[in-house]
Design a protein around this ligand. Sequence first.
Ligand SMILES: Nc1ncnc2c1ncn2[C@@H]1O[C@H](COP(=O)(O)OP(=O)(O)OP(=O)(O)O)[C@@H](O)[C@H]1O
Ligand SMILES: [Mg+2]
Length: 237
Amino acid sequence: MRSTSQGTIFDGKDTMIQLIHVSKQYDQRSALSDVSLEIGKGEFVLLMGPSGAGKSTLLRMLIGAERPDGGQIFVHQKSVTTLRPSDIPYLRRKVGTVFQDFRLLPKKSVFDNVSLPLLVQGVSSADIRRKVTEALRAVGVEHKRDQLPAGLSTGEQQRVCIARAIVNGPVVLLADEPTGNLDPVLTSEIIELFKLINARGTTVVVATHDPLVMAQVNRRVLTLSQGRLLPEQRGLA
Ligand SMILES: Nc1ncnc2c1ncn2[C@@H]1O[C@H](COP(=O)(O)OP(=O)(O)OP(=O)(O)O)[C@@H](O)[C@H]1O
Ligand SMILES: [Mg+2]
């Protein structure tokens, strides 16, 4: 691991995420074919590739939401592929996610939405208050804590989703198309937020097909094409 002006660069040590010859098929069609990769502790990596390339499939596997047909996956030194169901909550605490299918609950306040992952774990109400306040402050929406999601702009709602993903202090943050519905200005703000979270030590993996994100991030890019990993390139900025 080396620290440079472009952030932490992975040099083979301190692995946070490792895939070894991972493959996945749906209905006899390959979603991922023989994918091997490593992501180091503290890295910020972009996962790119056109629609259907396998980006979401790969991210879902990292939290045990999908199982590969072949190969092995390790996250934070634990094998995700052989995880027992009882180990999944531990993994979910270590890995924060900003995925499109985990929307905010419309009838719950911002505060309540962000506190949900902690409530599930039985965290005390004093700790919940402290952690949720910290997470909302980190993403800049503390002043919206008592509002319902509908009263927030799209960018603010996305910030709340990020607060919910980091409220447990995860070691890894995975985001699937986190800027999909945002204009260039908001995209840029959200990317800056991910950079800030990464600068505090969290390993960040963002799946996107947005070239704007790639230009702004300027970190290692992993590109999938029809389920295969292409040789590596770097961001353009
Ligand atoms: N649950 C599923 N059942 C059947 N096929 C699936 C399923 N999930 C993904 N696939 C298929 O696997 C391939 C990879 O899909 P995936 O969603 O991982 O791509 P992606 O790179 O995230 O695409 P996008 O940029 O559109 O989000 C596609 O061919 C898709 O149709
Ligand atoms: Mg996807």
